[in-house]
Design a protein around this ligand. Structure first.
Ligand code: CP3
Length: 343
């Protein structure tokens, strides 16, 4: 039997239709999710493998998406290394003991994913056992830079000004923190492959706050180490939200798929990164809020704008917005399949 469409597309092979999945496809826009979430805090959901499996499968059962992504969060990794995590309703994630100096960096516990993040690995094994063989399961981690942002600033922030200053101020201390996070991310992602993840995505949600030269010096070397460490066992996807200015740097890293943020023009992206990489993206998530007609009108143009790419995995240009109607997600996925089958 031939590989599932999503995995073929990751490798740039010919496909019967363009595969579609959505970042944050499991979450609060789904009634089934909210019903579970009412009963328990988010971290508890993620730490219960049966619940995490159920949530991972909710969008698979509701929509004909071409891949599943394991229900977890990027911040459980720094939590497992010793930072105290809380999701505060209305405020978002907070670490109560952020990294301030070198001694805090040295106090971080080296990660052993099998011991410390087994709840997610077990959820991957359980999900894989329940998913049909034509739907691949994507594993993920935060990229070291984005994890360092939360670890140093302690919470979300507009541009992570404090983090950038802390990084410039003492490059050796920065490198020590990035080394430790990178070891953890590599261990975690390898464990996810071993548990059954068939593709991996690195979320670098805050990379966009760095100037290009700073990204090259303070973030890319560690992302490269992860991508090289993994090798091509499974397709490697990289997504830098708001990172349009970084595309040339990303295209120089060893990975198969580059995620495109919703602000970018795909035709320009193809000119800039060339045709060595498959692209993933990048419908504006607000088009799923805009109504049936506006969405319908946007889809042929989206498909057309990637015609010259090595390959195209259809996705949003960032996560699903929580006020999205499930009908719009259904329309998006179904129409992309229909339109790209005809083409
Ligand atoms: O894509 C998926 O469906 C997989 C699940 C997933 C979650 N978080 C579940 C989640 C993924 C891939 C993430 C990644 C993640 N987490 C990122 C990178 C992706 C991005 O959007 O750039 C970041 C920055 C985080 C950190 C984080 N976790 C934030 C900022 C929040 C929102 C907090 C809030 O109160 O709004 C979370 C919580 C979270 N992670 C939710 C989900 C479904 C919402 C939690 C809820 O139900 O209250």
């Amino acid at each position: 039997m031939s590989d599932p469409v999503f995995l073929r597309a990751c490798r740039g092979l010919p496909v019967s239709h363009r595969p579609v999945w959505l970042m944050r496809q499991a979450g609060r826009y789904m009634e089934e999710y909210r019903a579970l979430r009412e009963k328990m805090p988010i971290l508890e959901m993620m730490k219960d493998p049966a619940i995490a499996t159920e949530v991972t499968l909710q969008p698979i059962n509701a929509f004909p998406v071409d891949a599943a992504i394991i229900f977890a969060d990027i911040l459980t990794l720094p939590e497992a290394m010793g930072l105290n995590l809380e999701f505060i309703p209305g405020k978002g994630p907070v670490f109560h003991n952020p990294i301030q100096d070198m001694s805090d960096v040295q106090k971080l516990r080296p990660l052993n994913a099998e011991r410390d993040l087994d709840f997610t690995l077990e959820a991957i094994r359980m999900t894989r056992a329940q998913l049909s063989s034509d739907i691949p399961l994507i594993g993920f981690s935060g990229a070291p830079f984005t994890l360092a942002c939360y670890a140093v600033e302690g919470s979300g922030s507009k541009n992570f000004d404090e983090v950038r200053a802390w990084m410039y101020n003492d490059p050796d201390r920065w490198a020590a923190l990035m080394d430790r996070l990178t070891d953890g991310v590599l261990d975690y992602l390898q464990a996810q492959i071993d548990a059954g993840a068939q593709a991996l995505q690195l979320f670098d949600s805050w990379a966009g706050c760095l100037p290009v030269q700073a990204y090259e010096r303070f973030a890319a070397p560690w992302t490269r180490k992860i991508m090289e460490g993994l090798g091509d066992q499974v397709p490697r996807i990289h997504f830098a939200a708001n990172g349009g200015h970084l595309l040339e740097v990303l295209a120089d890293l060893p990975l198969e798929v580059i995620g495109v943020d919703w602000r970018q023009d795909p035709r320009q992206v193809i000119k800039r990164v060339g045709t060595q990489h498959v692209l993933q993206g990048n419908l504006d998530p607000a088009l799923l809020l805009a109504g049936e007609e506006a969405l319908e009108e946007a889809l042929p143009a989206l498909l057309d704008s990637y015609r010259e790419a090595k390959g195209h995995i259809v996705n949003l240009g960032h996560g699903v917005i929580k006020t999205t109607k499930p009908e719009r997600v259904a329309q998006f996925v179904t129409r992309i399949h229909e339109l790209s089958r005809q083409a």
